[in-house]
Design a protein around this ligand. Structure first.
Ligand SMILES: [Fe+2]
Length: 282
């Protein structure tokens, strides 16, 4: 195996490994270490079926079931651990979530008390040169933060919205709510400290419907806007342009991600797993 780092503060490609095969202890340790250090890993030219994707994912932890989607449909009944991300419709019905629009900056399922620590996304079919995924390094963003801003968020809790997905669609079973202080979802510290590495990261979840506990809504919005402007600066971000048959894994507690929109006449089909977290962050 070879590791090729990107020219940004996160992301690396691992070459010369076939993820459809059984991996040995050394290979798993190599990938885990590279993942810990680079936060986002890319494996190109991989041919995986759902069972092989699940098996590969389980080398890194147990798997969470996907979040409830707006349609109330299980898109992968044979393998419920798999989330289908797609704009494709068959017989007028969607085969997956998120459509073809932009998905704004977010981390996955952070409205849970124990959010997934990682996600693994496999591209079965993607449009050429569209629908890029961007990642932002929240360890770097924290380390680079002005002391005055750190002072403002020390010991503060943030509500992470459970009611909308990253495309802004209301999930099944939730109602629209205009008061962010009443947003349903877990309350997590804005500064997350990883107990195993002692590294700190800026833990923002997603901007819409977020609220910093104990502040007025105006104060909370103002500070959140300041934090998001800091966290999504280009210097912390890496962009991945997809090809078919790529596996991409990211550390959900240490990076934000977002997806560009793409042409609605094209097809994009991805399968994703969510690796369960080990710790209650709140
Ligand atoms: Fe996501």
């Amino acid at each position: 195996m070879n590791l090729i780092k990107s020219n940004k503060t996160l992301a690396a490609e691992i070459k010369n490994i076939d993820l459809s095969e059984d991996l040995n202890k050394d290979q798993i340790e190599f990938i885990q270490k590279a993942w810990d250090e680079n936060l986002v890993l890319i494996f190109k030219n991989q041919e995986l079926n759902d069972l092989q994707l699940i098996k590969f994912s389980k080398y890194f932890g147990n798997l969470d079931l996907p979040a409830p989607n707006p349609y109330g449909i299980n898109f992968s009944p044979d393998h419920p651990e798999i989330n289908v991300i797609s704009n494709v419709k068959e017989k007028g019905k969607p085969i997956g979530i998120l459509g073809d629009g932009e998905a704004t900056w977010h981390a996955d399922m952070t409205y849970n008390e124990i959010p997934p620590k990682g996600a693994i996304l496999y591209s079965l079919e993607v449009p050429k040169d569209q629908g890029d995924t961007h990642f932002s390094n929240m360890i770097e963003a924290y380390e680079d933060m002005p002391g005055s801003l750190i002072e403002k968020i020390k010991d503060k809790l943030l509500i992470h919205d459970a009611s909308h997905n990253s495309a802004g669609q209301l999930r099944k079973g939730f109602e629209e709510n205009i008061d962010p202080s009443l947003t349903p979802g877990a309350k997590h510290p804005i500064i997350f400290k990883d107990p195993s590495t002692q590294k700190k990261s800026l833990f923002l979840g997603r901007r819409p419907h977020a609220y910093i506990v104990g502040m007025t809504i105006d104060e909370s919005d103002k500070l959140l806007n300041e934090l998001w402007a800091h966290a999504t600066q280009k210097k912390y971000t890496f962009t991945h342009r997809w090809q078919n048959n790529e596996v991409l894994m990211w550390k959900n507690l240490f990076v934000l991600h977002k997806r560009d929109s793409f042409n609605s006449n094209t097809r994009r089909v991805m399968h994703r797993t969510q690796i369960s977290g080990d710790l209650r962050i709140s």
